[in-house]
Write a protein that binds this ligand. Structure first.
Ligand code: PEP
Ligand code: MN
Length: 337
């Protein structure tokens, strides 16, 4: 349920409406937009049946949110959400580039890659310590040791750390070291895990699953937000289609579709979408042109020797020249990187 306020509503009227709603045991989410102020009501709305809110001074109308996702929806919050990653803001005019290796392999290589992507203009470092691999015999990540290396890389470069959580039992360790908790494509409907990160305060990068519809993606974000964590960032990373010339098919139209339906930021991961480094630059540029708020890119100093996803990883020099091109695209659409 949302309460749309009159343009003329005074602060004391707003305070009074909030007091009334809270007195009923419901929670409010105040969204002060440029055009309108809206109060989102969270909780059992049946309580409101005998307590009409539209009679209160300052209220223009009271509307139910008909969509199954509520906190995620643009009706609930008409203005874009800007999420604070310990000082790096995502969802505003400045595009955020998150770059780094697929998985953390050693302290030395991680720090070398981190320094290179930082120099080229990335503001966050990616790197998996817990890796969801298709084969149980593939490298599974360094675990807590990998998290410690990410911590070292952050200390050295100031980059914010984005790393995946696969198992609720590792929540404490990942939350201790991550600036953003990544939920991987394969866990998009692991509802216990979603609720677990929903209880945390740190931002969550929620990756679309291989066969997840946009509605299902939004519902997964609702799981996280329903637990109190409103810091959700979507990530389009390609979906599985009949086309097999790329690893997945990058669904670029997901960007404007999600933005129409939700106020949350959208990041694009062209690396996992295409699976080949040669195609990463064009899809990165297209993603920025289509309105992405950020990019998640795999960069490795020795792709041939990488323990995971070397074929889709950019060398640091290629990444740096891509960043120069991306700056031009961003400028052309009135944004910056
Ligand atoms: C990743 O980004 O490290 C990853 C495993 O990607 P995805 O979950 O999208 O496959
Ligand atoms: Mn990878």
């Amino acid at each position: 349920m949302i309460v749309v306020l009159k343009k003329s509503a005074s602060q004391s009227e707003i305070d009074h409406i909030i007091e009334k709603i809270e007195a009923l045991g419901l929670t409010v989410h105040l969204s002060k937009g440029v055009e309108r102020t809206i109060i989102g009501v969270i909780g059992d709305e049946a309580i409101l049946r005998n307590q009409p809110l539209d009679i209160l001074p300052g209220v223009e109308k009271v509307m139910p949110i008909l969509k199954p996702y509520k906190l995620v929806s643009r009706e609930f919050k008409p203005d874009n959400s800007v999420i604070d990653i310990n000082g790096v803001k995502i969802g505003n005019n400045k595009i955020v580039v998150i770059a780094g290796p697929c998985s953390v392999e050693s302290k030395e290589s991680l720090i070398e890659i981190a320094n290179a992507v930082k120099k080229a203009g990335a503001r966050c470092l990616r790197g998996g310590a817990f890796k969801p691999r298709t084969s149980p015999y593939s490298f599974q990540g360094l675990g807590v040791e990998g998290l410690e290396y990410l911590n070292e890389a952050r200390k050295e470069t100031g980059l914010k750390v984005v790393t995946e959580l696969m198992d609720p039992r590792d929540t404490e360790a990942v939350v201790k070291y991550a600036d953003v908790i990544q939920i991987g494509a394969r866990n998009i409907q692991n509802f216990k895990l979603l609720m677990e990160v929903g209880k945390q305060k740190k931002p969550v990068l929620l990756k679309r699953g291989l066969s997840t519809t946009i509605k299902e993606l939004l519902m997964s974000a609702e799981y996280i937000m329903s637990q109190g964590n409103y810091n959700v960032i979507f990530c389009e990373r390609g979906i599985r289609t009949f086309e097999n010339s790329t690893r997945n098919t990058l669904d670029l139209s997901a960007i404007p579709v999600i933005k129409e339906l939700s106020h949350l930021p959208v990041v694009v991961d062209p690396s996992h979408a295409v699976g080949r480094w040669k195609l990463v630059a064009s899809m990165s540029k297209a993603a920025i042109a289509a309105g992405a708020d950020g990019l998640l890119l795999e960069v490795h100093n020795n792709p041939e020797g990488a323990l995971c996803d070397g074929g889709q990883s950019l060398l640091p020099a290629k990444f740096a020249s891509l960043m120069d091109e991306l700056r031009l695209i961003a400028r052309a659409i009135g944004r910056e990187i």
